[in-house]
Structure formats: structure tokens, C-alpha cells
Design a protein around this ligand. Structure first.
Ligand SMILES: NC(=O)c1ccc[n+]([C@@H]2O[C@H](COP(=O)([O-])OP(=O)(O)OC[C@H]3O[C@@H](n4cnc5c(N)ncnc54)[C@H](O)[C@@H]3O)[C@@H](O)[C@H]2O)c1
Length: 349
């Protein structure tokens, strides 16, 4: 179904940012509901999905118009900004189309699984001379990670020396294979540890061990990723996509003066029937609900000229993809791989 010409649901009132959504799956639906019902100054004006019925259903729910083609949505005068929530392999081409149309874009992670595709997006943005892309690395907006970052430095736990990260899913999302685990899932840790420590990685190594009964033949799960930053901080990431018990993310930073850990701090402890404990969320949507909403509010505020620049850039997306690709080399070869980054263009300084 195409756009209904002459009957836009959302007029340009100059105060509302009208977002066009590409990809109406798990996260696209969550983002659309947040934008329509929880974020101020925003509306969802258009939805495209490769599955026309999905686009139609979500569009009806949030008061948007379903589009039959991504390019038409991106070019629509009723779309001020675009949110890309399609599968990983579609992000780069869609981001390039948004840049060509001059539309601000929030792109879900990863910017691209392939380094060369991520580079094309960065080069196009640099050529345009304007930062239009924000990456959906929403952990940068998570209250837990923000509190943890505040602990780093002289007044908290001193100089960080080692970071332990745990990232577990109940079962492999999208049937993730081991290498895709690095570009799709562990990419969150590649970004957030770099943000927490405010420095780049120098090397990466990936260890595999015994896999559990739910791991498909030929795949390796869990993975233990060990990075070293340029100043020598050790960053350890344990990724386990078939953990069965729930979704869990933990980050512990140990420094020269103490240690700080971020886990599931926002969940209550229930005591009943002889047991004391907490529910474990099944999905990222439960654990990071606040982060997703805060990220969207920040994006909309920035586009409305009300908020300070915040969030990850296309450059951050490119760096995370480079690190993930080096990690794939490390997984394949079993040896430690150096991480050499290209020079950061002035647009991103
Ligand atoms: N930031 C986060 O924490 C987070 C969480 C979940 C997903 N994601 C990312 O969001 C993206 C979508 O994940 P999901 O869990 O919603 O997946 P999903 O499979 O639930 O949804 C993907 C949707 O995209 C549609 N689609 C397929 N090809 C398309 C195309 N070329 N253009 C437009 N739509 C297309 C599918 O029909 C489906 O509705 C992935 O890239 C994933 O990495 C990020």
C-alpha cells in the first residue's frame, strides 16, 4: 500500500519531529510505540517493512501511513527524520539513502556487519559535511551504565584496570551464528566499553571452549572475548547466546581504588513461598526499556534544537564494526589480532 497523497496524518507544525520507521519487527515496534506514546515532541508519520502487513498493522496502531518502498518513505515530505530498524544487512544501504536525502537518521546497530559497508556510510556523511546519523547504541543512555561511568576517575574507584562484561540471551536471537554474535550482539560491548573508558582498543582475542547442548553443530557458544585498550586496560566479554535462563547484562569495572558493578539494579526482590529472588527478563526489551526511551527522547530533543549533542555517531558505528571484524579474524585464527583504526575525520572530533 502506498502513501495516501494529499491526506497526511501529520502536518508539519514546526514543533513535532515526524519520524519514518523502516522495519516493524521487535525493536521497530518498540521504538514506534515509544515515539508515539512516550516521547515528547515526536510522532510516527510513516512505516515501511518488507512485510507489508506488518507495516500496515503498526502504522494503524501509531497513527502513521504505511509505505510500499523504503526510498519513498525516506523522500517523503511528511518524514522529517528516519529510524532504521531493519535487519543488520539492510542498514548501510538505507543509511546511505537517508544521507542522500539529507534526513537525520537513527540507525540501529550495527551500522553494517561488513567493514567496507560501514566505511561507505562514514565517507558519504563526511562528504556531505553534516552529522546526520546517530547510532542506536542505547546503552549510552542506560541509567545503569551512566552511573557506572560516573564511578570512573579519581573520585570513584580510581584508574580502571580491568572490565568484566557478561552478556547472555535465552536463545540465539535470529539464530545467530558465532561470527554474527560478534557483529550483532557483542558489538554493544565493543561500543559501551570504549565509551566507558574513553579510549580505543589495541588488540582483540577470542577464546572458545565447550559448547552446550543447544549450540548448533559447527558453532561456538559461549565466546570469551579479551581486548586490551591502548593504555593497557583489560576488557573481558563473556557472550553466551543460548543461556536459557533469561537475558542478562552485567559490567564490573575494577580500578586502582575499588570496584563498581552494574547488573539488574532496577528489578525488585520478591520474597514468597520460601524463596527470595528477582524475575529475569526474557529479552533486551525488558532490561533496556528506559535506555531505549531516553535515547529516543534525546534524539528528538537534539533534532528540535532543545538538547545537547549526545549518542553514538556513524564514526562510532564504524569503529565498532572494525573491532567486530577483527574479533572475527581472532575467532577464526585463534590468535590475538591488532586493532588499527583509521584517522578520525574532523567531522567527528
Ligand atoms: N539496540 C538494541 O538493543 C537492539 C535490540 C534489538 C534489535 N536491534 C537491531 O534492530 C534490527 C532489527 O531487529 P529486530 O529484533 O527488530 O528484528 P526482527 O526480525 O524482529 O524485525 C525485522 C523487521 O524488518 C523487516 N525487514 C526485513 N528486511 C527489510 C528491509 N530490507 N527493509 C525494511 N524492513 C525489512 C522484517 O519483515 C521484520 O519485520 C537489527 O539490526 C538488530 O540488530 C537492536
Amino acid at each position: 500500500m502506498g502513501r495516501t497523497i494529499g491526506h497526511p496524518l501529520h502536518h508539519n507544525d514546526g514543533m513535532t519531529i515526524r519520524v519514518g520507521l523502516i522495519g516493524a519487527g521487535n525493536i521497530g515496534t518498540s521504538h514506534a510505540r515509544d515515539l508515539a506514546f512516550a516521547v515528547s515532541g515526536a510522532a510516527v508519520s510513516a512505516v515501511f517493512d518488507a512485510d507489508a502487513e506488518r507495516a500496515h498493522d503498526l502504522a494503524s496502531e501509531v497513527g502513521a501511513i504505511p509505505f510500499a518502498r523504503a526510498d519513498d518513505l525516506i523522500g517523503s515530505p511528511d518524514v522529517d527524520a528516519v529510524l532504521i530498524a531493519s535487519p543488520d544487512d539492510a542498514h548501510a544501504e538505507q543509511a546511505l539513502a537517508c544521507l542522500a536525502a539529507g534526513k537525520p537518521t537513527l540507525c540501529e546497530k550495527p551500522l553494517a556487519p561488513e567493514e567496507s559497508d560501514a566505511l561507505r556510510v562514514v565517507e558519504a556523511e563526511v562528504a556531505g559535511g553534516r552529522r546526520l546519523i546517530m547510532m542506536g547504541f542505547m546503552r549510552r543512555f542506560d541509567p545503569g551504565y551512566s552511573s557506572l561511568k560516573a564511578e570512573l576517575g579519581a573520585s570513584g574507584i580510581g584508574e580502571p584496570l580491568i572490565v568484566n562484561n557478561i552478556h547472555r540471551n535465552m536463545s540465539a536471537p535470529y539464530g545467530l551464528a558465532s561470527e554474527r554474535t560478534l557483529t550483532n550482539m557483542v558489538i554493544h560491548e565493543f561500543d559501551i566499553n570504549r565509551w566507558l573508558l574513553d579510549e580505543e582498543y589495541a588488540s582483540v582475542q577470542v577464546l572458545t571452549g565447550r559448547s552446550g547442548p543447544y549450540t548448533p553443530d559447527g558453532e561456538r557458544d559461549p565466546l570469551l572475548v579479551i581486548l586490551q585498550t591502548t593504555s593497557g586496560v583489560l576488557v573481558e566479554i563473556e557472550a553466551f547466546v543460548n543461556a536459557r535462563y533469561g537475558y542478562e547484562v552485567i559490567c564490573r569495572v575494577t580500578g586502582s581504588e575499588g570496584s563498581a558493578v552494574m547488573g539488574d539494579g532496577s528489578y525488585v526482590t520478591r520474597s514468597a513461598r520460601g524463596h527470595r529472588g528477582q524475575a529475569v527478563p526474557e529479552l533486551w526489551l525488558g532490561r533496556f526499556a528506559d535506555a531505549y526511551r531516553l535515547q529516543l527522547q534525546s534524539w528528538i530533543d537534539q533534532l528540535s534544537g532543545r538538547g545537547r549533542p549526545a549518542g553514538a555517531s556513524a564514526w562510532d558505528g564504524y569503529v565498532a564494526t572494525i573491532v567486530a571484524n577483527r574479533a572475527i579474524q581472532a575467532l577464526r585464527s585463534g590468535v590475538r589480532i591488532g586493532v588499527d583504526l583509521p584517522e578520525r575525520p574532523p567531522l567527528y572530533t
